[in-house]
Design a binder for this molecule. Structure first.
Ligand SMILES: *Cc1c(COP(=O)(O)O)cnc(C)c1O
Length: 446
């Protein structure tokens, strides 16, 4: 194991890491995974409490996803998607269309590439529609949409962004509806609507040069699991329609059941279109998906969009088409993993089962919520988070190390501790996790 650690330090440049810190805090050397658990090369077990950076849904080495990929390996591992097609990508596109109401799926490999695709497609749509000056973007304060240069331009996390500022395109950030920022006595909903008014004020002046608003629906993950009221999304949808600006829903982290519905946007409803109809979920112009899409198995992302957007690219002129590609676009193995994930959702009625689980897990975390060091305990679907009061610099690393020693893999973001477990986690696992977090909180040196 020590050998692996010295070799990783020498040869692997780890993501989101100051490599010098790896000397004091070596990474876990993982040998295998079993459901919600990671097992290191010494046989020690750690609960994967943050689903391996929010990607894992149904556990490590899930037999059903393994079987789907193994079956596909015997057929075709990969073929380019320009000039060729295959059953897994067709079936996945049809099923995602049925789930989202957006009938055209374009594929990439990572979340950031989905953001790039949505931004380019939106601006290209306006160009194809005779309004090339509509090429600006609005995002939310503290938003995160990935770290390639285009995606970083709409991201608003200074630690990730400031260094690369000279490389980035100017974009506008609208106030975040993060419910923690409500004035005393103001509800999350009232605060969200106040933020939507600020969005409207900006749109009123700048819609003519704006292509799209991109948001993380309901939860701003990288900001520290900042949660906000769905009224913001409902209002943003109305405003985008009124001012003719696309709404891009970045569901990369929150899609596939994380917030308690298949997609977070489903929790934002618009009034009925006519008398006998009931309120319906808002429909964005673009949805970006990745992370949980393959259950955490293989890199895959998708951007889904409307018939209207699709039609603006359709024609005889080649340059009118969306000439964007990645070599592994629509990889069959990744698509089969995604189809297996959708099968599990349907067959096990996961959304309904998680509703019960979510209540159980919240009970298991009651003592954590009531701990004197805990502020803003919050919860939505299969995400729980709180802010630690009196957190000193280095809190995140100390909490992470202490939790590891207690068998829990958790990585706080600043002073925000969150858990986002795989859906196969059981209540006993969750009680153990709560116990580990309490011991960390009880330790004044953390
Ligand atoms: C993780 C994430 C991304 C970027 O995805 P990568 O696969 O890491 O490039 C984009 N948007 C949101 C909301 C994310 O959480």
């Amino acid at each position: 194991m020590n050998d692996l650690l010295s070799r990783t330090r020498a040869a692997v440049w780890h993501p989101c890491t100051q490599m010098k810190q790896l000397e004091a805090a070596p990474p876990l050397a993982i040998a295998r995974g079993e459901g919600a658990w990671l097992i290191d090369t010494d046989g020690r077990r750690y609960l994967d409490a943050i689903s391996s950076w929010w990607v894992n849904l149904f556990g490590h080495c899930n037999p059903r996803i393994n079987a789907a990929i193994t079956d596909q390996l015997g057929k075709i591992e990969h073929v380019m998607l320009a000039g060729a097609t295959h059953a897994p990508v067709v079936e996945l596109s049809e099923r995602l269309a049925a789930l989202t109401g957006l009938g055209h799926a374009f594929y990439g490999s990572d979340g950031a590439s989905a953001t790039e695709i949505a931004l380019k497609m939106s601006a290209h749509y306006w160009r194809n529609s005779g309004q090339p000056e509509k090429n600006g973007f609005i995002s939310l304060q503290n938003g995160y949409h990935g770290e390639t240069v285009g995606a970083l331009s709409v991201t608003d996390i200074p630690l990730f962004k400031d260094t690369y500022a000279p490389l980035l395109r100017h974009t506008v950030q609208a106030p975040t509806p993060d419910a923690r920022l409500a004035e005393p006595g103001e509800t999350a909903e009232t605060y969200a609507l106040r933020c939507a008014d600020a969005l409207e004020a900006h749109l009123a002046g700048h819609a003519a040069t704006t292509a799209a608003l991109i948001v993380e629906p309901l939860v701003q993950g990288a900001a520290g699991m900042a949660m906000y009221h769905p009224a913001y999304l409902t209002r943003a949808r109305e405003l985008c329609g009124q001012y003719k600006v696309h709404l891009i829903a970045d569901e990369i982290a929150v899609g596939f059941g994380r917030t308690g519905t298949m997609f977070a946007c489903e929790q934002a409803t618009a009034p009925p279109l006519a008398a006998p109809l009931s309120p319906h979920a808002i429909r964005p112009d673009f949805i970006c998906l990745s992370k949980g899409i393959t259950g955490g198995y293989l890199p895959l992302s998708a951007v889904l969009t409307t018939d209207d957007v699709y039609a603006a690219f359709y024609g005889d002129a080649t340059a009118r088409g969306f000439l964007h590609s990645h070599s592994y676009t629509g990889n069959p193995l990744a698509c089969r993993a995604a189809l297996a994930v959708l099968d599990i959702f349907e067959h096990d009625q996961v959304i309904a089962a998680n509703r019960a689980k979510s209540i159980e897990f919240t009970k298991a975390l009651a003592e954590v919520a009531a701990h004197p060091r805990v502020r803003h305990f919050r919860h939505l679907g299969m995400i729980w988070a709180f802010d630690a009061a009196d957190a000193m610099p280095g809190f995140s690393t100390r909490f992470h190390r202490a939790a590891l020693a207690l068998g829990a893999f958790i990585r706080p973001i600043g002073n925000t501790v969150y858990v986002m477990p795989p859906y196969v986690t059981n209540t006993d696992d969750m009680r153990g996790l709560a116990g580990a977090m309490l011991r960390c909180l009880d330790n004044p040196a953390i």
